[in-house]
Design a protein around this ligand. Structure first.
Ligand code: ADP
Ligand code: ASP
Ligand code: MG
Length: 432
């Protein structure tokens, strides 16, 4: 008998038939005990982001109206799974009411705090639905509120985790549960701040939650179940001729995810590497498939790995008085980026200008960034670009990738090339 950690993302629990599939995967190896991290079902997190907007614009009424559809969607799946949906409904309504109580405090802090109270509900809903289903199959299951375990700071929307506290909480509260049950179900993506309010770990953060639980529980392996056969050489939604990697080193995985490969959240690797826990990325569609094993030793030679990020902005930041962009300017620029929680894709400096490529942070944050940088610098900005990163590149591949595209920026390192491109030959217009 061994203890494992499994993580199921939104796609793997998106409806009743997928939840049924998850229960088959969980019960495949008799005698295993599994800690299960679950994301919100399907696109619930996106739907909750709209409810957040409604709360900001219309208050409590807007929030409650927005929640009706999300609640009903979960109850519909419960009906299809032949569960007692009245019982589930009352549990989910308690979550909604608790959220309203938290919102009264969060609104006095900032919008990010409000966001986290609302957007975290997806995982609280999905885990209740899955554990109700597993209980209906007479499995020995416990549902836990992982906000009590995943301790973060109060950096809402991107909570910074106190991993030592997490480990202590896991020892005190999670390990003992396995004396009585075989499956413990907890939420990805969410934690709590020292003041007790809910925090989130950043979009797509459930993989990271799973790594934290694997670290705390001291398991040998974490398995993340995806809708792809494993880690591929590029996103299969963009390219046809992709290959699965059988193995990958932590180092390669952290590079690839840092550059934006969506398959694993970039923060996932560190806790695993620190404890030598191997990460299996496997397909929930074909659970018998070998998947990809990420561990200390990867491949000797990697094929080219391509990562593409859309909706990028290229900014040229220059001094207003033609003075050099020197260390003091750079430190100012970085502190503005940090204060505005901007994620850098790539950068380069020249005598009087510093170029950065960043993910579009959304209208409001972008306006704040422009305002803050504009105090001391002149800005030129190009929007709607792609950042293409290729590890182990070759000339032919770069030619293919940049065909019919305007390359605005390129940066070559020994193994990695980064290109900022506009995806057509149309005239480039300055936008800022
Ligand atoms: P989850 O259901 O766990 O949230 P995601 O949708 O976030 O899963 O991640 C899986 C998706 O990542 C795949 O469907 C695939 O389109 C995309 N993806 C991007 N790059 C890669 C890659 N290099 N290898 C595999 N999948 C990738
Ligand atoms: N549900 C969250 C999101 O969609 C976290 C996750 O799925 O990893 O971002
Ligand atoms: Mg995801």
């Amino acid at each position: 008998m061994s203890l494992k950690v499994y993580k199921f993302g939104g796609a793997s629990v998106k409806d009743a038939s997928h939840i049924y599939n998850v229960s088959n995967i969980l019960t495949k190896d008799k005698g295993d005990q599994i800690f299960v991290i679950v994301s919100a079902i399907g696109k619930t997190t996106n739907a909750l982001e709209i409810v957040f907007q409604k709360y900001i614009e219309e208050g409590k009424e807007g929030f409650l109206n927005g929640m009706v559809e999300i609640l009903d969607a979960h109850l519909d799946e419960a009906d299809k799974l032949k569960l007692d949906s009245a019982k589930l409904q009352s549990k989910l309504e308690v979550i909604i009411n608790d959220c309203l109580v938290n919102l009264e405090r969060a609104i006095k802090i900032n919008k990010s705090a409000v966001y986290d109270q609302i957007v975290s509900m997806g995982e609280l809903f999905s885990t209740n639905l899955l554990s109700a289903y597993l209980q209906s199959k007479d499995l020995r299951v416990a549902w836990v509120d992982l906000r009590k375990i995943i301790a973060t700071d109060d950096n809402f929307q991107e909570g910074c985790v106190d991993i030592q506290q997490v480990e202590k909480n896991v020892n005190d509260h999670i390990k003992p549960l396995f004396e009585n049950v075989d499956f413990v179900i907890g939420q990805g993506f969410i934690g709590s701040a020292p003041n007790g309010l809910t925090t989130t770990l950043g979009r797509e953060g459930s993989d990271y939650s799973a790594a934290l639980m694997a670290y705390g529980l001291g398991v040998d392996t974490l398995t993340i179940w995806k809708d792809v056969p494993g880690v591929l050489t590029a996103d299969p939604r963009r390219f046809e001729n992709v290959e699965k990697l059988d193995r990958m080193s932590y180092k390669e995985a952290i590079e690839m995810t840092y550059y934006g490969a969506q398959v694993i959240h970039p923060k996932t690797i560190r806790p695993l590497q620190n404890r030598g826990i191997s990460l299996h990325v496997k397909s929930f569609i074909d659970p018998k498939g070998e998947g990809t094993i990420i561990s200390q030793d990867g491949l000797l030679n990697y094929p080219p790995l391509v990562v593409i990020q859309d909706d990028m902005i290229l900014m040229h930041i220059s001094s207003k008085d033609f003075s050099f962009i020197a260390e003091n300017h750079l430190s100012q620029i970085f502190s503005v980026l940090n204060a505005n929680q901007i994620k850098l894709g790539t950068m380069r400096n020249s005598a009087i200008s510093f170029a950065i490529c960043v993910k579009n942070p959304g209208q409001e944050k972008l306006a704040n960034l422009i305002n803050d940088l504009g105090q001391n610098f002149s800005l030129d900005m190009y929007k709607n670009l792609q950042l293409i990163t290729v590890r182990y590149f070759n000339k032919q591949l770069i030619e293919n990738l940049t065909k019919n595209k305007v390359v605005l920026f390129d940066e070559r390192m020994k193994y990695t090339i980064q290109l900022v491109v506009r995806p057509s030959l149309e005239l480039i217009e300055k936008e800022g």
